[in-house]
Design a protein around this ligand. Sequence first.
Ligand code: UD1
Length: 424
Amino acid sequence: MHGEVEISGAKNAAVAIIPATLMVNGVCTLENLPQISDVDMLLTILQHLGATVHYLDKSTVEIDCTNVHFQDAPFDLMRKIRASYYLIGAMLGRFGTAKTTMPGGCNFGVRPIDQHIKGITALGAAFVVENGFIYANATDGGLRGAKVYLDKVSVGATMNIMLAACQAKGRTVIENAAREPHIVDLANFLNSMGADVRGAGTDTIKINGVEALHGGTYTIIPDQIEAGTFMVAAAATGGEVLVKNVIPRHLEVISAKLRETGCVVEEYGDAVLVRGTRALNSTNIKTQPYPGFPTDMQPLMGVLLCLARGTGVITEGIYDNRFKYMDELRRMGAEVQVDGKTAIIEGVSELTGANVRACDLRAGAAVVVAGLCARGRTQVEDVHYIERGYEDFVGKLSSLGANIRRVADTEAEERHGSAAVLCD
Ligand code: UD1
């Protein structure tokens, strides 16, 4: 693959910032919003609650939640996305009460939300979880600031507690907070709307509650994982790609691992150039919370290691069950042994095309990249997972010279509104 690709706004920032607009009186203009189905679903949920949503161009949207009111939201949509849990913090902030479903999203094993509940309970909310629904109520005069120590570093819990704390009375301190770039982005968004959030990006975040949030304009950061995906795609195909509209600092750990495999990575102000090599070397990876290696890049690196010389070991440090996609790669000729949270990968000289499926969002992107490297044709089914988080994935890959197209798959479309992609 050769050429230049423009990275879209960060999915994991957007899916928190959109619910956050619920708490704002006035118009929020969000720029660099990715065109992905998770964003579409969240905007639909807000509209259902009474928000007006108006696109100014394909990546800029005006959201006005001035007239929202508490009512049942479209639960079938909520169930499909992980990020619907941010509606708990945002609805509590806005209405003093919340009703959501247990969150959906990618299935990497059990994904509890006990830390969200623990933190928001400390702020004075009472929770009832019943029949797949989560009910929360700010009792006794509303939410009050509190000290919260997270037993586990959790991106979602950190952001959800931050949302609930924004308009709580007094100061909230979140300790052992997650430090991902999207946490800083949510804090920056909230601050630009009048909140007082300090320390985001460190493991201690302090939030002084304010009376109200006002409208404004905010530009979402570029997507770290989409950028990493194109970096790996360039590396795996032995190509040369300039990945534009990125924050290279957010990509340092990915760049470092690609260099270990023998690729060249050059960093510019807001772009990185990746030059692949035909003779990739293996390396080892352990996924960890930021600034460690991101778990969401793990399946992509898995593909690269399948094509590298020697033995590579991946240790998954976040989820119990994030190697399901290895079954798909085995169909393509990969030699992988999985034992719990460890995968041992013996590099092979080539992968071969096969019919495979996207097991989840990032695993889906990974099998597409594998298909682009493989000899012969690969058909990837269940691409609705990929479309949850990648804007125009097929179009962007095609513009870099990939032979890929989206085809209708009637049966899958009936099931999920999804289709397949063919990679030659
Ligand atoms: C977010 C990202 C996801 C990424 C993950 C880790 C969004 C919408 N999704 O997911 O792409 O893979 O961060 O970087 O931003 N846990 C608990 N109890 C909790 C919360 C989490 O035990 O209350 C566990 C999870 O099961 C997991 C680990 O903590 O093992 C980290 O999860 P967390 O950081 O919360 O991930 P998400 O916010 O769900």
